[in-house]
Design a protein around this ligand. Sequence first.
Ligand code: NDP
Ligand code: HSE
Length: 405
Amino acid sequence: MLQIAILGFGVVGSGTAEVLYENRKQIADYCGDEVNIKYILDLRDFPDHPLGDRVVHDVNVILNDPEVVLVAEMMGGAHPAYDFTRAALEAGKHVVTSNKEVVATFGAELLEIARTHHASYLFEASVGGGIPIIRPMQTDLASNEILSVSGILNGTTNFILTKMKNEGAAFADVLREAQQKGYAEANPTADVEGIDAARKIVILAALAFGVLADPNRISTKGITGITQEHTAVADKLGCAVKLIGHTEKIDGRVLALVSPFLVPAANPISHVDDVYNGILVDANMLGRALFYGAGAGKLPTASAVVADILDVLSHRASERRLPAWRVATAEDMASSEDYVCRRCYLIEGCQRCAAKAKAALGTEDCVFLEGGTFALISRPMSEKDANAALASTGLTPRFCLPVLD
Ligand code: NDP
Ligand code: HSE
């Protein structure tokens, strides 16, 4: 019997127990032995749950039990999740997690501690919910140079944007629904302000480029400023508004950012709706590959957690190769102002104003809208250059959104 412990018995933790129980036969076959949840650490008791007798409130019970070989951390938050993870790794236990806040903030250090103690630290569920993305990037794409990664990384905001577009639904109502469905973070500000997506894009950037940026220091814009006007303009231009995390290298430096983008219909990401995530990886040998699936929710996320549990338990005789990340310095990082892409501006004005804006932004791509406004999409330019060019015309945009081609 392979003994494991669960930390945090909420949406993902209870889902993990459900997956381990529902698919116990094939899981035992895969691991060569049965997997047993010996302990569940939580703040609450679960007297009516079949595993209610496994609940403990002191993490030391788990840390001091030599039978427990693996700990699955699904409590969320930075502390005490980081502290418990560190202690488990130092005790030589493998740790798997869905907690992107901990991976994005302390991942470099925790991977190093895992290596020192011959343990594994795996985090497939930390990005893209149930979508396999971490392991494919670490293994299947190891022979490639990653050129860029862009995608919808937050299920809650994609759910909100989709309902706003298709049903004209109010932001607050859809957010409440996402919370009820178990998609949102404990504090949903992390979802709607792009903070959750920022944590995920720094994890993907570290996998791609080897340096772990501080998620609090990358350019992060959420969707709270997105209105029906943005969605209407996007519609007119044959695009969708999506919250995108993007990373690439600019002159050898790593760019990572989160922002609402206009995504043209030709890009498959524009059709990724509801709670689904879509992550486009551009690799120098493979070309572009799209990873698509449920980006949040109980069982999809638990599926990814259990994938890590199986990976560890089926390789228990051999040491796993863990990525070596370095904490990014300021010199490692590119400024979001230098990111070159097409940009969509909505501007109030007449034909003459549009002619001036088109000349400044090097484009003929312009449509007139109701209410005396026009929308135009610039040629690929950095934010710095595009804003300076537009400022030289004396025109002030109502909004500007980058375009993801
Ligand atoms: P929940 O809030 O549903 O579950 C967390 C559980 O951990 C709760 O039961 C909570 O208890 C318990 N807990 C919190 N602090 C402690 C503590 N100090 N000691 C013991 N137990 C504690 O969150 P989720 O399951 O939704 O998310 C868990 C993690 O997975 C987060 O990092 C989240 O970002 C990540 N994640 C979530 C996804 C989702 O779809 N929900 C998808 C992908 C990742 P209490 O309720 O009493 O506070
Ligand atoms: N709150 C997150 C989301 C959970 O909505 O994407 C999955 O990481």
